[in-house]
Write a protein that binds this ligand. Structure first.
Ligand code: FAD
Length: 463
C-alpha cells in the first residue's frame, strides 16, 4: 500500500491544496496514496534566524489547531514535529513507510537550501520529493519573465503579463484523509502558551480566513479602489496573515475576486499581484532580503548612531502624530495599514536616514504577516534601493496625514494623548500654545522635516 507524506509549510489549509490532492489522487509523476501523513515541522533553523516571534507563533498555533480539526473531520489528524526539518521529514517518512513526499515551492534562500537538502536526503533513502507550484502564489515565480532578464524589476509590465496568465482550477478539499497508525506527534501548540503577543492580534486558521474572504467579497471589496488608502476607514481586506500562512490560497482568492468583478475587485487583484511580484524578485535575487537590490551607496545612520531616533520611532513618540499612530497600531495589533507602513518606512529611512534593515527587522519582530519577500522588498521600495522608479521620493508625514486621515480619526484612535484635539488639528500639536500645549503630554517633533530631507539628499549625493 502506498503512503505519502504531505509536508505543510506556508500553506496551512485543506482547500485548494495541490500537494495534498496530488498525494491522495496521484498526479503526473506521482501515484495515488491510500494513506497520507499530513506533517508540519517547526523548523529549528527558522527559530534560530529569529523569525519565530510571538505574534506569528500565536497565529500559527491557531492555524495548526484548525488544520488538525479539519483533518479530524475527514478521518485524519495533523502530525507535528520540531527540530531539523530534513531530519524530521525523513524520520516520519520512515515511521510511516512512505515512498513519496509532497510540499509547496517557496522562494527564500533558506527555503531553496532546505528543499535541496531534503531532496538529497530522501533520494538517498529511495524516496521521491514532489514540489508543487502555485500553492503560495497565484502565478509561479519565473512563469512570466521579460525578454532580457530572469525576473521583472518593474511592477507595471509584470502585472500586464501576470494578469494574462491562465490560473489553474481551484481544487476541492479532500473528503477523507487516512493517516497510517504508528506515526507519533508532538502536542499541538496553543496561542495561550505564547507570551508577548500583541493584545489586538487577529485569530488565525483556515476557517477564520475563509470566513473573512467570503465577507470581504460580499462587502468591502466593492469600495476597495476608493477607500484602500483611508487610514481611519480601515477598508482593506486584512487577509495578509492568511496569505502569509497559506490559510487562504492565492489562486482561489484571485479567481473568486474576479468572479465578483468591478473596479474594486480589479484594484484588489492588482494589489495581490504585488505579492507575487516581490516573490519573483526574491526567487531570482535571494540576496535582496538583506542587501540593497539597487544600491545607492547610502551611508545610512545605523541603529547605534541614531539610537534615540530609532527608539522614538519604535515607540511611536516621534512627535509626528500619524507616524506615531501607525507605530502604535503595529504594536497593539501586530498589523499595520499599508498607508501607515509606507509613511513610517519613509520616515525612518528617509526623514531620519536610518538603514532600512533596522526598520525591516522591527516590522518582522511584530507583523503577523511578516514575510521576507514582502517586508524586505517593500522596505527597499520605500528606501529607494528597491524596485521603485522614483527612488528619491520622500513622503511628508504632514501631507500624508492630511490626505489619508483628513479629520484625524486614525490619530485619535491610536494616540490617546491627542484624543481631545478636534479635526485635523490633531496632526499639528506643535501649533498649540500656552495652557493648551501644557495639557497635552506629547513630544515635540524629533526632527525638522526640511533638515531631515537635506540630510537624506547629502547622504545620497555622496555615491
Ligand atoms: P489589502 O490592501 O487588502 O491587499 C490584499 C493583499 O495584497 C494583501 O493581503 C497582500 O497579500 C497583498 N498586498 C497588498 N499590498 C501589497 C504590497 N505593497 N506588497 C506586496 N503585497 C501586497 N505585506 C505582507 O504581507 N507582509 C509584510 O511583511 C509586509 N511588509 C511591508 C512593509 C512595508 C514597509 C510596506 C510598505 C508594505 C508591507 N507589506 C507587507 C505590504 C502591505 O502593506 C500589506 O500586505 C497590507 O497592508 C496587508 O493588509 P491587507 O491584507 O488588508 O491588504
Amino acid at each position: 500500500m502506498n503512503v505519502s507524506v504531505v509536508l505543510f509549510t506556508a500553506d496551512l489549509r485543506l482547500h485548494d491544496h495541490p500537494p495534498l490532492r496530488a498525494a491522495l489522487d496521484g498526479s503526473r509523476g506521482s501515484h495515488a496514496s491510500r494513506e497520507v501523513v499530513p506533517l508540519f515541522v517547526r523548523d529549528r533553523a527558522v527559530d534560530a534566524a529569529g523569525f519565530a516571534v510571538p505574534n506569528r507563533l500565536a497565529f500559527l498555533a491557531d492555524c495548526l489547531r484548525d488544520l488538525d480539526a479539519g483533518l479530524r473531520e475527514r478521518g485524519g489528524r495533523l502530525v507535528v514535529r520540531s527540530g531539523d526539518l530534513v531530519e524530521e521529514v525523513c524520520k516520519v517518512a520512515a515511521d510511516a513507510d512512505a515512498d513519496e513526499v509532497h510540499m509547496a515551492a517557496d522562494v527564500s534562500a533558506h527555503a531553496h537550501r532546505r528543499e535541496r537538502r531534503l531532496r538529497r536526503a530522501l533520494e538517498a533513502e529511495g524516496l521521491r520529493l514532489h514540489v508543487h507550484d502555485t500553492v503560495t502564489t497565484a502565478v509561479a515565480p519565473g512563469a512570466v519573465t521579460p525578454a532580457s532578464s530572469d525576473h521583472f524589476a518593474v511592477f507595471t509590465p509584470y502585472y500586464g503579463q501576470w494578469a494574462r496568465q491562465g490560473l489553474r482550477a481551484v481544487l476541492d478539499a479532500p473528503r477523507f484523509v487516512r493517516v497510517p497508525d504508528g506515526v507519533g506527534s508532538e502536542e499541538l501548540p496553543s496561542r495561550e502558551k505564547v507570551s508577548g503577543v500583541s493584545p489586538g492580534l487577529a485569530p488565525g486558521g483556515e476557517t477564520e480566513g475563509r470566513g473573512r474572504l467570503t465577507a470581504w467579497l460580499r462587502g468591502g471589496v466593492a469600495d476597495y479602489e476608493d477607500r484602500h488608502d483611508d487610514l481611519a476607514g480601515d477598508a482593506t481586506s486584512r487577509l495578509s496573515p492568511h496569505l502569509h500562512f497559506g490559510t487562504l490560497s492565492p489562486v482561489e482568492l484571485v479567481r473568486r475576486t474576479r468572479e465578483v468583478g468591478g473596479p474594486g475587485a480589479e484594484a484588489f487583484v492588482r494589489q495581490v499581484a504585488w505579492r507575487d511580484f516581490h516573490r519573483q524578485v526574491l526567487a531570482a535575487r535571494p540576496g535582496a532580503s538583506t542587501a540593497d537590490y539597487r544600491t545607492k551607496c547610502d551611508r545610512w545612520r545605523s541603529e547605534r548612531t541614531a539610537r534615540e531616533d530609532v527608539e522614538a520611532w519604535r515607540e511611536g513618540r516621534t512627535g509626528y502624530p500619524v507616524v506615531d499612530a501607525a507605530m502604535r497600531q503595529l504594536r497593539h495589533e501586530g498589523w499595520m495599514h499599508n498607508r501607515g507602513r509606507l509613511l513610517t518606512a519613509s520616515f525612518l529611512a528617509k526623514t531620519l536616514y536610518v538603514d532600512w534593515r533596522v526598520g525591516a527587522r522591527y516590522f518582522l519582530d511584530l507583523l503577523v504577516d511578516g514575510d521576507v519577500a514582502n517586508n524586505q522588498l517593500n522596505w527597499q521600495w520605500m528606501a529607494g534601493t528597491g524596485t521603485d522608479s522614483r527612488p528619491n521620493r520622500v513622503l511628508n508625514p504632514l501631507t500624508q496625514a492630511k490626505r489619508y486621515d483628513p479629520d484625524g480619526a486614525y490619530v485619535r484612535r491610536w494616540v490617546s494623548e491627542l484624543r481631545e484635539l478636534p479635526g485635523a488639528a490633531v496632526h499639528e500639536p506643535w501649533k498649540l500654545r500656552g495652557l493648551e500645549r501644557a495639557a497635552v503630554d506629547y513630544p515635540d517633533p524629533i526632527v525638522d522635516l526640511a533638515e531631515g530631507l537635506a540630510r537624506f539628499r547629502r547622504g545620497r549625493e555622496r555615491d
